[in-house]
Write a protein that binds this ligand. Structure first.
Ligand SMILES: Cc1cc2nc3c(=O)[nH]c(=O)nc-3n(C[C@H](O)[C@H](O)[C@H](O)COP(=O)(O)O)c2cc1C
Length: 216
C-alpha cells in the first residue's frame, strides 16, 4: 500500500463529536480551556496535557516541539524546561510563542498566541521538588538538545544525576525553569461531521477579552 493509500484509510476525528455550547462559553479563555480539559479527560482523550509549542529563532525561523503543560491558571499555560535549551534561548531573545492542543477524538483544537514569562526561582523549585525522582534526575542531566558525541557520556550523566537525587533530594536542578505563555489570543475549534466547524476566538483588547466567530 502506498503512503497515499495508507493515509486515506485513516480517520481524522472520533465517531461521536461533542457540541460546543458557545452561548455559555466562559468569559476568560483559560476558564474555557479548563472546561474543555475536564471534558477531554472525562471523554478519554489520550494525553490531553500534551501541546505543541512554537517559538521563533533569531533568523525568524519557527521551531515547534511537543511539551507537557504543568499548570493552567488565569495567568496562562505553564510548562517546564531546561533554561539552556534552544527553546529557552529563543524565548529569551523573543518572548513570544504559540501553543496548539490537539484533541481529535473530540474534534477539538485549541490555539494560543501570547507573550512568555518566567516563574521566579521559588516557584520553579516548588514545581521541581514535586516531580518524581526519575524526572528530577533527568533535569539534573541538563544540556538539552546539545550534540551527544558518545552515549556512554549520557549513561554516566544519568548515573551521577540519580546519585545526586538520592544524596540531595531537595537540590533543585539549576537549569529547571517554568515558563508561562500569557495569552493574547486563544481560539477554540470544534469540528463537526457536516464540516461547518465552530471556531470561537478570544482576543485581548485593552485588558478585556473580546470574542468572535471565524469562518471554518
Ligand atoms: C510526549 C512528549 C512530552 C514532552 N514534554 C516535554 C516537557 O514538558 N519539557 C521539555 O523540555 N521537553 C519535553 N519534551 C521534549 C521536547 O519535545 C523537545 O525535544 C525538547 O524540549 C528540546 O526542545 P528544543 O531543542 O526546541 O529546546 C517532550 C517530548 C514529547 C514527545
Amino acid at each position: 500500500m502506498s503512503a497515499r493509500e495508507l493515509l486515506r484509510t485513516l480517520t481524522v476525528f472520533g465517531d461521536a463529536l461533542p457540541g460546543f455550547a458557545t452561548a455559555t462559553a466562559a468569559a476568560e479563555p483559560t476558564d474555557q480551556f479548563l472546561a474543555w480539559l475536564a471534558e477531554a479527560v472525562e471523554g478519554g482523550v489520550a494525553r490531553p496535557q500534551l501541546m505543541t509549542l512554537a517559538t521563533v529563532d533569531a533568523d525568524g525561523f519557527p521551531d515547534a516541539r511537543t511539551l507537557t503543560v504543568r499548570e493552567v491558571d488565569r495567568t496562562g499555560w505553564w510548562f517546564a524546561t531546561d533554561a539552556t535549551s534552544p527553546k529557552a534561548e529563543q524565548i529569551t531573545a523573543l518572548p513570544r510563542a504559540a501553543l496548539v492542543f490537539s484533541w481529535p477524538e473530540q474534534g477539538r483544537q485549541i490555539r494560543v498566541r501570547g507573550t512568555v514569562g518566567r516563574a521566579d526561582r521559588r516557584a520553579c523549585a516548588g514545581d521541581f521538588l514535586m516531580r518524581p525522582p526519575g524526572a528530577r534526575a533527568a533535569s539534573h542531566v541538563g544540556r538539552q538538545s546539545r550534540p551527544l558525541r558518545d552515549t556512554a557520556e549520557l549513561d554516566r550523566a544519568f548515573v551521577e544525576a540519580r546519585e545526586r537525587v538520592t544524596a540531595q533530594p531537595d537540590r533543585v536542578a539549576e537549569a529547571y525553569v517554568l515558563y508561562v505563555v500569557r495569552p493574547l489570543a486563544v481560539e477554540f475549534w470544534q469540528g463537526r461531521t457536516d464540516r461547518k466547524h465552530t471556531r470561537l476566538r478570544y482576543q485581548l483588547a485593552e485588558g478585556a477579552w473580546e470574542r468572535e466567530f471565524l469562518w471554518p
